[in-house]
Unconditional design. Structure first.
Length: 113
């Protein structure tokens, strides 16, 4: 799954909330979730940390996948300005750099397996 965009003021938040519920049932059976440029919308604190400013916000539970690959330019926080514990999860791999170049390289690498 490839994600993009972030922040509670994004257009279509209601649509996202409905769609994320559908996707969330698939993550426990997902081998690899690929996250591109997203931060708050995949932050498990929205689900687990009552003290978080994003607590209760609908998210994609990518942390339920077996492995998570996050493509970002840096560790900078998202719209909410908070750290994302997903990035420190042992089953998460962080891949820094230009997402297009990184995805292109990943595809080439997988084809050689």
């Amino acid at each position: 799954m490839i994600l993009g965009g972030d922040g509670p003021h994004a257009d279509g938040l209601e649509h996202f909330a409905a769609e994320s519920g559908d996707a969330n049932t698939d993550f426990p059976r997902t081998d690899v979730a690929v996250v591109v440029g997203a931060n708050d919308v995949v932050n498990p604190d929205a689900r687990t940390n009552q003290g978080s400013p994003i607590y209760g916000m609908p998210i994609l539970n990518v942390d339920d996948a077996q492995t998570v690959v996050v493509l970002k330019r840096s560790m900078n926080p998202g719209f909410a300005g908070i750290e994302n514990p997903l990035f420190y999860n042992p089953k998460t791999v962080m891949l820094f750099g230009d997402a297009k170049a990184s995805i292109t390289q990943l595809i080439q690498d997988v084809k050689t397996l």
